[in-house]
Design a protein around this ligand. Structure first.
Ligand SMILES: [Zn+2]
Length: 470
Protein backbone atom coordinates (compact mmCIF):
# COMPACT_ATOMS: atom_id res chain seq x y z
CA UNK A 1 0.00 0.00 0.00
CA UNK A 2 2.70 2.45 1.07
CA UNK A 3 4.76 1.56 -1.96
CA UNK A 4 1.81 2.12 -4.27
CA UNK A 5 1.26 5.52 -2.76
CA UNK A 6 4.89 6.34 -3.35
CA UNK A 7 4.72 5.34 -6.98
CA UNK A 8 1.50 7.28 -7.38
CA UNK A 9 2.98 10.40 -5.87
CA UNK A 10 6.12 10.11 -8.01
CA UNK A 11 3.96 9.72 -11.11
CA UNK A 12 2.09 12.83 -10.07
CA UNK A 13 5.37 14.68 -9.61
CA UNK A 14 6.56 13.58 -13.02
CA UNK A 15 3.37 14.95 -14.59
CA UNK A 16 3.70 18.22 -12.71
CA UNK A 17 7.34 18.44 -13.77
CA UNK A 18 6.47 17.95 -17.45
CA UNK A 19 4.07 20.86 -17.31
CA UNK A 20 6.77 22.92 -15.63
CA UNK A 21 10.22 21.76 -16.71
CA UNK A 22 12.58 21.14 -13.78
CA UNK A 23 13.98 24.64 -13.56
CA UNK A 24 12.45 25.30 -10.14
CA UNK A 25 12.89 21.77 -8.85
CA UNK A 26 15.56 20.75 -6.35
CA UNK A 27 16.30 17.19 -5.26
CA UNK A 28 18.35 16.54 -2.14
CA UNK A 29 19.19 12.89 -2.61
CA UNK A 30 20.37 10.19 -0.19
CA UNK A 31 20.18 12.57 2.76
CA UNK A 32 19.30 11.91 6.40
CA UNK A 33 16.26 14.06 7.19
CA UNK A 34 16.16 15.32 10.78
CA UNK A 35 12.69 15.82 12.30
CA UNK A 36 13.24 17.92 15.45
CA UNK A 37 9.54 17.81 16.33
CA UNK A 38 9.69 14.04 16.88
CA UNK A 39 11.16 11.79 19.57
CA UNK A 40 13.29 8.65 19.53
CA UNK A 41 14.12 6.67 16.41
CA UNK A 42 11.60 8.63 14.30
CA UNK A 43 13.77 11.78 14.49
CA UNK A 44 16.19 10.54 11.84
CA UNK A 45 15.13 9.32 8.40
CA UNK A 46 18.23 8.15 6.55
CA UNK A 47 18.42 7.58 2.81
CA UNK A 48 15.74 10.11 1.97
CA UNK A 49 15.03 12.39 -0.94
CA UNK A 50 13.66 15.86 -0.35
CA UNK A 51 11.97 17.33 -3.40
CA UNK A 52 11.51 21.09 -3.52
CA UNK A 53 9.31 22.75 -6.10
CA UNK A 54 9.51 26.53 -6.16
CA UNK A 55 9.27 27.91 -2.63
CA UNK A 56 7.90 24.78 -1.03
CA UNK A 57 8.78 21.24 -0.08
CA UNK A 58 6.92 18.99 -2.49
CA UNK A 59 7.75 15.60 -1.00
CA UNK A 60 9.98 13.80 1.49
CA UNK A 61 10.48 10.18 0.43
CA UNK A 62 12.53 7.48 2.18
CA UNK A 63 14.20 4.55 0.37
CA UNK A 64 12.54 5.61 -2.87
CA UNK A 65 13.92 5.06 -6.36
CA UNK A 66 13.26 8.37 -8.03
CA UNK A 67 13.67 9.35 -11.61
CA UNK A 68 15.05 12.86 -11.55
CA UNK A 69 13.36 15.49 -13.65
CA UNK A 70 15.58 16.85 -16.39
CA UNK A 71 16.87 20.31 -15.70
CA UNK A 72 16.32 20.01 -11.96
CA UNK A 73 19.07 20.87 -9.47
CA UNK A 74 20.42 17.87 -7.61
CA UNK A 75 22.23 18.16 -4.28
CA UNK A 76 24.11 15.05 -3.22
CA UNK A 77 22.95 14.50 0.34
CA UNK A 78 24.80 11.23 0.94
CA UNK A 79 26.59 11.38 4.30
CA UNK A 80 24.77 14.63 5.05
CA UNK A 81 21.89 15.75 7.26
CA UNK A 82 19.12 18.21 6.54
CA UNK A 83 17.41 20.24 9.29
CA UNK A 84 14.77 22.97 9.12
CA UNK A 85 16.21 26.49 8.72
CA UNK A 86 17.31 27.91 12.07
CA UNK A 87 15.52 30.78 13.80
CA UNK A 88 17.23 33.27 16.11
CA UNK A 89 14.28 34.53 18.15
CA UNK A 90 16.07 37.52 19.70
CA UNK A 91 18.20 39.94 17.67
CA UNK A 92 18.60 43.71 17.17
CA UNK A 93 19.60 45.13 13.79
CA UNK A 94 20.26 48.64 15.12
CA UNK A 95 23.23 47.18 17.02
CA UNK A 96 26.32 45.55 15.50
CA UNK A 97 27.98 43.65 18.38
CA UNK A 98 31.04 45.91 18.38
CA UNK A 99 32.27 48.17 21.21
CA UNK A 100 30.52 51.30 19.91
CA UNK A 101 26.98 49.99 19.74
CA UNK A 102 25.72 50.68 23.29
CA UNK A 103 26.99 54.03 24.58
CA UNK A 104 24.50 53.80 27.47
CA UNK A 105 26.60 50.91 28.81
CA UNK A 106 30.09 51.89 27.64
CA UNK A 107 30.51 55.32 26.08
CA UNK A 108 33.05 55.21 23.24
CA UNK A 109 31.69 58.33 21.49
CA UNK A 110 35.16 59.86 21.64
CA UNK A 111 36.48 56.96 19.52
CA UNK A 112 33.49 56.33 17.21
CA UNK A 113 30.48 58.65 17.47
CA UNK A 114 27.30 56.69 18.12
CA UNK A 115 25.50 58.33 15.18
CA UNK A 116 28.24 57.01 12.90
CA UNK A 117 27.88 53.51 14.34
CA UNK A 118 24.10 53.42 13.79
CA UNK A 119 24.44 54.85 10.25
CA UNK A 120 26.98 52.08 9.56
CA UNK A 121 24.55 49.43 10.79
CA UNK A 122 21.78 50.80 8.57
CA UNK A 123 24.04 50.93 5.52
CA UNK A 124 25.32 47.42 6.21
CA UNK A 125 21.92 45.69 6.48
CA UNK A 126 22.20 43.63 3.29
CA UNK A 127 25.56 42.28 4.45
CA UNK A 128 24.17 41.47 7.89
CA UNK A 129 21.28 39.59 6.25
CA UNK A 130 23.79 37.51 4.27
CA UNK A 131 25.77 36.76 7.41
CA UNK A 132 22.62 35.37 9.02
CA UNK A 133 21.87 33.14 6.04
CA UNK A 134 25.47 31.93 5.87
CA UNK A 135 25.06 30.71 9.45
CA UNK A 136 21.99 28.67 8.57
CA UNK A 137 19.59 31.19 10.07
CA UNK A 138 16.60 31.64 7.76
CA UNK A 139 14.42 33.49 10.28
CA UNK A 140 15.05 36.17 12.93
CA UNK A 141 12.92 38.10 15.39
CA UNK A 142 14.13 41.68 15.90
CA UNK A 143 12.61 42.19 19.30
CA UNK A 144 13.00 45.94 19.61
CA UNK A 145 14.63 48.95 18.04
CA UNK A 146 13.93 52.33 16.44
CA UNK A 147 10.90 52.84 14.23
CA UNK A 148 13.19 52.17 11.23
CA UNK A 149 13.05 48.50 12.31
CA UNK A 150 9.92 48.33 10.19
CA UNK A 151 11.95 49.37 7.17
CA UNK A 152 14.44 46.62 8.01
CA UNK A 153 11.57 44.12 7.85
CA UNK A 154 10.46 45.57 4.50
CA UNK A 155 14.01 45.33 3.18
CA UNK A 156 14.40 41.72 4.34
CA UNK A 157 11.18 40.84 2.54
CA UNK A 158 12.45 42.48 -0.67
CA UNK A 159 15.94 41.01 -1.09
CA UNK A 160 16.24 37.26 -1.61
CA UNK A 161 19.41 36.72 0.43
CA UNK A 162 17.87 37.64 3.77
CA UNK A 163 16.24 35.79 6.64
CA UNK A 164 12.50 35.99 7.21
CA UNK A 165 11.82 38.54 9.89
CA UNK A 166 9.36 39.41 12.62
CA UNK A 167 9.77 42.75 14.43
CA UNK A 168 8.88 44.85 17.41
CA UNK A 169 9.19 48.64 17.38
CA UNK A 170 10.64 50.85 20.13
CA UNK A 171 10.77 49.44 23.64
CA UNK A 172 8.15 50.67 26.06
CA UNK A 173 10.59 51.21 28.88
CA UNK A 174 10.57 51.92 32.61
CA UNK A 175 13.89 53.79 32.30
CA UNK A 176 15.30 56.42 29.96
CA UNK A 177 18.31 55.82 27.70
CA UNK A 178 19.08 59.31 26.29
CA UNK A 179 22.48 58.12 25.02
CA UNK A 180 20.65 56.08 22.34
CA UNK A 181 18.36 58.88 21.15
CA UNK A 182 19.35 60.03 17.66
CA UNK A 183 15.84 61.28 16.90
CA UNK A 184 14.26 57.81 16.49
CA UNK A 185 15.11 56.20 19.85
CA UNK A 186 14.99 52.41 20.33
CA UNK A 187 14.02 52.79 24.00
CA UNK A 188 11.31 55.21 25.18
CA UNK A 189 10.64 55.89 28.83
CA UNK A 190 6.97 55.58 29.77
CA UNK A 191 5.71 56.62 33.21
CA UNK A 192 1.93 56.26 32.91
CA UNK A 193 -0.71 53.96 31.43
CA UNK A 194 -1.84 56.80 29.14
CA UNK A 195 1.66 57.43 27.77
CA UNK A 196 2.10 53.68 27.27
CA UNK A 197 -1.14 53.39 25.31
CA UNK A 198 -0.20 56.37 23.14
CA UNK A 199 3.10 54.72 22.21
CA UNK A 200 1.46 51.33 21.58
CA UNK A 201 -0.98 53.08 19.24
CA UNK A 202 1.89 54.60 17.24
CA UNK A 203 3.64 51.23 17.00
CA UNK A 204 0.45 49.39 16.00
CA UNK A 205 0.13 51.75 13.03
CA UNK A 206 3.24 50.05 11.63
CA UNK A 207 1.79 46.53 11.93
CA UNK A 208 4.37 45.08 14.34
CA UNK A 209 4.65 41.37 15.12
CA UNK A 210 5.20 42.18 18.79
CA UNK A 211 4.71 45.00 21.25
CA UNK A 212 7.83 44.98 23.43
CA UNK A 213 8.20 46.17 27.00
CA UNK A 214 11.52 46.75 28.73
CA UNK A 215 10.36 45.92 32.28
CA UNK A 216 13.22 47.28 34.38
CA UNK A 217 12.37 47.25 38.07
CA UNK A 218 14.75 49.11 40.33
CA UNK A 219 14.76 49.32 44.14
CA UNK A 220 12.09 51.81 45.24
CA UNK A 221 9.98 51.39 42.06
CA UNK A 222 6.27 50.66 42.52
CA UNK A 223 5.92 47.20 40.98
CA UNK A 224 2.10 47.32 40.90
CA UNK A 225 2.12 50.63 39.04
CA UNK A 226 4.67 49.28 36.56
CA UNK A 227 2.63 46.10 36.09
CA UNK A 228 -0.44 48.24 35.28
CA UNK A 229 1.50 49.92 32.44
CA UNK A 230 2.61 46.54 31.09
CA UNK A 231 -0.93 45.12 31.33
CA UNK A 232 -2.46 48.10 29.51
CA UNK A 233 0.14 47.76 26.74
CA UNK A 234 -0.50 44.01 26.58
CA UNK A 235 -4.28 44.41 26.46
CA UNK A 236 -3.95 46.92 23.63
CA UNK A 237 -1.58 44.60 21.77
CA UNK A 238 -3.92 41.64 22.20
CA UNK A 239 -6.96 43.65 21.11
CA UNK A 240 -5.06 44.34 17.87
CA UNK A 241 -4.13 40.66 17.48
CA UNK A 242 -0.46 41.23 18.38
CA UNK A 243 1.72 39.49 20.93
CA UNK A 244 3.30 41.02 24.01
CA UNK A 245 7.05 40.47 24.47
CA UNK A 246 8.63 41.43 27.77
CA UNK A 247 12.19 41.80 29.02
CA UNK A 248 11.99 40.73 32.68
CA UNK A 249 15.04 39.05 34.16
CA UNK A 250 14.15 38.76 37.86
CA UNK A 251 11.60 36.28 39.20
CA UNK A 252 9.25 38.86 40.77
CA UNK A 253 9.34 41.01 37.64
CA UNK A 254 8.86 38.08 35.27
CA UNK A 255 5.82 36.96 37.30
CA UNK A 256 4.40 40.48 37.06
CA UNK A 257 5.01 40.36 33.28
CA UNK A 258 3.13 37.06 33.04
CA UNK A 259 0.25 38.39 35.14
CA UNK A 260 0.15 41.34 32.73
CA UNK A 261 -0.27 38.94 29.82
CA UNK A 262 3.24 38.39 28.39
CA UNK A 263 3.27 35.93 25.48
CA UNK A 264 7.03 35.99 25.07
CA UNK A 265 9.68 36.33 27.80
CA UNK A 266 12.74 37.40 25.84
CA UNK A 267 15.32 36.51 28.51
CA UNK A 268 15.90 33.99 31.30
CA UNK A 269 14.94 34.51 34.89
CA UNK A 270 18.50 34.95 36.11
CA UNK A 271 18.23 35.87 39.80
CA UNK A 272 16.27 33.07 41.49
CA UNK A 273 14.97 29.56 40.81
CA UNK A 274 11.62 29.59 39.02
CA UNK A 275 8.83 28.31 41.26
CA UNK A 276 5.42 26.66 40.86
CA UNK A 277 3.66 30.02 40.66
CA UNK A 278 5.89 31.11 37.78
CA UNK A 279 5.38 27.81 35.96
CA UNK A 280 1.58 28.01 36.42
CA UNK A 281 1.52 31.55 34.98
CA UNK A 282 3.82 30.55 32.12
CA UNK A 283 1.52 27.64 31.27
CA UNK A 284 -1.58 29.83 31.51
CA UNK A 285 -0.11 32.27 28.96
CA UNK A 286 1.37 29.46 26.80
CA UNK A 287 4.47 31.61 27.02
CA UNK A 288 7.53 31.35 24.81
CA UNK A 289 10.78 31.62 26.79
CA UNK A 290 14.17 32.61 25.37
CA UNK A 291 17.22 31.97 27.60
CA UNK A 292 19.78 34.41 25.99
CA UNK A 293 22.76 33.13 27.98
CA UNK A 294 25.74 34.23 25.93
CA UNK A 295 24.87 37.93 25.84
CA UNK A 296 25.53 38.03 29.61
CA UNK A 297 29.12 36.96 28.88
CA UNK A 298 29.54 38.85 25.61
CA UNK A 299 29.56 42.27 27.29
CA UNK A 300 32.19 41.54 29.97
CA UNK A 301 34.35 39.52 27.54
CA UNK A 302 34.40 42.28 24.92
CA UNK A 303 34.69 45.17 27.38
CA UNK A 304 37.62 43.56 29.23
CA UNK A 305 39.43 42.71 25.97
CA UNK A 306 39.05 38.97 26.64
CA UNK A 307 36.73 38.32 23.68
CA UNK A 308 38.26 35.85 21.22
CA UNK A 309 36.59 34.71 18.03
CA UNK A 310 35.38 31.12 17.86
CA UNK A 311 36.20 29.15 14.68
CA UNK A 312 32.65 29.85 13.47
CA UNK A 313 33.08 33.58 14.10
CA UNK A 314 36.40 33.61 12.24
CA UNK A 315 34.67 32.06 9.28
CA UNK A 316 31.18 33.48 9.35
CA UNK A 317 31.06 36.81 11.22
CA UNK A 318 30.94 40.12 9.36
CA UNK A 319 34.67 40.78 8.80
CA UNK A 320 34.16 44.50 9.52
CA UNK A 321 32.86 43.71 12.99
CA UNK A 322 35.37 40.96 13.62
CA UNK A 323 38.24 43.33 12.82
CA UNK A 324 36.95 45.83 15.41
CA UNK A 325 36.62 43.33 18.27
CA UNK A 326 40.15 43.96 19.56
CA UNK A 327 40.06 47.75 19.14
CA UNK A 328 40.67 48.15 22.88
CA UNK A 329 44.34 47.39 22.18
CA UNK A 330 44.52 50.68 20.31
CA UNK A 331 42.55 52.84 22.75
CA UNK A 332 44.84 54.47 25.34
CA UNK A 333 44.07 53.58 28.97
CA UNK A 334 43.03 57.13 29.88
CA UNK A 335 40.44 57.16 27.06
CA UNK A 336 38.69 53.96 28.07
CA UNK A 337 35.21 54.30 29.61
CA UNK A 338 35.16 53.74 33.41
CA UNK A 339 33.37 50.36 33.09
CA UNK A 340 36.03 49.14 30.69
CA UNK A 341 38.84 50.31 32.95
CA UNK A 342 37.22 48.45 35.85
CA UNK A 343 36.64 45.22 33.90
CA UNK A 344 40.14 45.28 32.45
CA UNK A 345 41.64 45.74 35.90
CA UNK A 346 39.66 42.76 37.21
CA UNK A 347 40.55 40.68 34.13
CA UNK A 348 38.52 37.67 35.20
CA UNK A 349 36.39 35.53 32.92
CA UNK A 350 32.64 36.06 33.36
CA UNK A 351 30.83 33.43 35.39
CA UNK A 352 28.31 31.13 33.76
CA UNK A 353 24.67 32.15 34.41
CA UNK A 354 24.13 29.17 36.72
CA UNK A 355 20.63 30.04 37.99
CA UNK A 356 19.42 30.81 34.49
CA UNK A 357 20.82 27.51 33.24
CA UNK A 358 19.07 25.57 36.01
CA UNK A 359 15.83 27.41 35.25
CA UNK A 360 16.04 26.45 31.59
CA UNK A 361 16.21 22.75 32.45
CA UNK A 362 13.31 23.09 34.89
CA UNK A 363 11.08 24.98 32.43
CA UNK A 364 11.79 22.55 29.62
CA UNK A 365 10.81 19.67 31.92
CA UNK A 366 7.62 21.59 32.79
CA UNK A 367 6.70 21.67 29.10
CA UNK A 368 7.28 25.39 28.53
CA UNK A 369 8.13 26.32 24.92
CA UNK A 370 11.82 27.23 24.70
CA UNK A 371 13.25 29.18 21.78
CA UNK A 372 16.88 29.83 20.94
CA UNK A 373 17.86 33.48 20.78
CA UNK A 374 21.18 35.29 21.12
CA UNK A 375 20.28 38.97 21.65
CA UNK A 376 22.69 39.52 18.76
CA UNK A 377 23.86 43.06 18.20
CA UNK A 378 24.69 43.61 21.85
CA UNK A 379 28.37 44.18 22.61
CA UNK A 380 30.24 40.88 22.09
CA UNK A 381 27.26 39.03 20.59
CA UNK A 382 27.78 39.09 16.83
CA UNK A 383 25.01 38.66 14.29
CA UNK A 384 25.14 35.12 12.93
CA UNK A 385 27.76 32.84 14.44
CA UNK A 386 26.91 33.66 18.08
CA UNK A 387 24.07 31.14 17.72
CA UNK A 388 26.70 28.45 18.30
CA UNK A 389 27.91 30.13 21.50
CA UNK A 390 24.29 30.24 22.66
CA UNK A 391 23.41 26.68 21.69
CA UNK A 392 26.53 25.30 23.38
CA UNK A 393 25.46 27.00 26.63
CA UNK A 394 21.98 25.51 26.23
CA UNK A 395 23.58 22.09 25.81
CA UNK A 396 25.73 22.71 28.90
CA UNK A 397 22.50 23.46 30.78
CA UNK A 398 21.54 19.83 30.27
CA UNK A 399 19.52 19.99 27.07
CA UNK A 400 20.15 17.25 24.54
CA UNK A 401 21.28 18.32 21.06
CA UNK A 402 17.78 17.36 19.86
CA UNK A 403 16.16 19.70 22.41
CA UNK A 404 18.53 22.50 21.41
CA UNK A 405 17.76 21.91 17.73
CA UNK A 406 14.02 21.90 18.41
CA UNK A 407 14.29 25.26 20.19
CA UNK A 408 16.07 26.69 17.16
CA UNK A 409 13.70 25.27 14.53
CA UNK A 410 10.24 23.87 15.32
CA UNK A 411 9.75 26.10 18.36
CA UNK A 412 11.68 29.04 16.90
CA UNK A 413 9.11 29.10 14.09
CA UNK A 414 6.48 29.86 16.77
CA UNK A 415 8.38 32.99 17.85
CA UNK A 416 8.39 34.00 14.20
CA UNK A 417 4.62 33.38 14.05
CA UNK A 418 5.17 30.96 11.14
CA UNK A 419 4.79 27.55 12.79
CA UNK A 420 2.31 26.39 10.16
CA UNK A 421 4.79 27.02 7.35
CA UNK A 422 8.23 26.46 8.89
CA UNK A 423 10.14 24.43 11.47
CA UNK A 424 9.23 20.96 10.17
CA UNK A 425 10.44 19.14 7.06
CA UNK A 426 7.33 17.83 5.32
CA UNK A 427 5.41 18.30 2.09
CA UNK A 428 3.71 21.67 1.84
CA UNK A 429 6.06 23.59 4.13
CA UNK A 430 8.19 26.48 2.91
CA UNK A 431 11.60 25.28 1.73
CA UNK A 432 13.87 26.78 4.41
CA UNK A 433 16.50 24.12 5.13
CA UNK A 434 20.10 23.68 6.23
CA UNK A 435 22.21 20.84 4.87
CA UNK A 436 24.95 19.79 7.28
CA UNK A 437 28.12 17.77 6.86
CA UNK A 438 27.76 16.22 10.33
CA UNK A 439 25.07 14.83 12.64
CA UNK A 440 23.44 17.64 14.67
CA UNK A 441 22.17 15.09 17.20
CA UNK A 442 25.72 13.96 18.04
CA UNK A 443 26.71 17.48 19.07
CA UNK A 444 25.10 20.91 18.84
CA UNK A 445 28.38 22.25 17.42
CA UNK A 446 27.69 20.27 14.25
CA UNK A 447 25.05 22.88 13.41
CA UNK A 448 28.06 25.00 12.41
CA UNK A 449 29.19 22.44 9.81
CA UNK A 450 27.01 23.86 7.05
CA UNK A 451 27.19 22.58 3.48
CA UNK A 452 24.32 24.54 1.93
CA UNK A 453 21.47 26.77 3.11
CA UNK A 454 18.14 26.83 1.32
CA UNK A 455 15.75 29.71 1.93
CA UNK A 456 12.47 30.08 0.08
CA UNK A 457 13.60 27.40 -2.37
CA UNK A 458 16.89 29.16 -3.24
CA UNK A 459 20.24 27.49 -2.58
CA UNK A 460 23.13 29.35 -0.94
CA UNK A 461 26.74 28.29 -0.42
CA UNK A 462 27.78 29.91 2.89
CA UNK A 463 31.34 30.55 1.70
CA UNK A 464 30.06 32.35 -1.41
CA UNK A 465 27.72 34.45 0.75
CA UNK A 466 30.60 35.45 3.04
CA UNK A 467 32.88 36.29 0.07
CA UNK A 468 30.14 38.54 -1.32
CA UNK A 469 30.54 40.88 1.68
CA UNK A 470 34.00 42.18 0.85
ZN1 LIG B 1 17.46 42.24 23.37
Amino acid sequence: MFRQLLIASIAFLATAAQAQPGRDTIYITGVTVVHPEREGAAVLEPDSTVIIQGQRIEAVLQHAAIELTQGATVIDGRGRYVVPGLVDAHVHFFQSGNLYTRPDVADFNAVVPYAEEVARNQARLDATFRVWLANGVTGVVDIGGPFWNFEVRDRAATVAAAPRMAVAGPLISMVARPQLDLGDPPIIRIDSVEAGLALVKRVLERNPDYIKVWFIHQPGDDLAAQEAIVKAAGDAAHAAGKKLAVHATELVVAKAALRAGADYLVHSVFDAPVDDEFIALARRNKVIYCPTFFVMQGYPLALSNQWHATPEEQRRADPEILAAMDDLNDIPADERPPLVAKLMAEAKPPAAPTVGMQNLRKLLDAGITIVMGTDAGNIGTLHGPSILREMRLMQESGLTPLQVLRSATTDGAKALGMEKNLGVIEAGRLADLVILDADPLADTGNLGRIYRVIKDGKIYDPDVLMKSLH
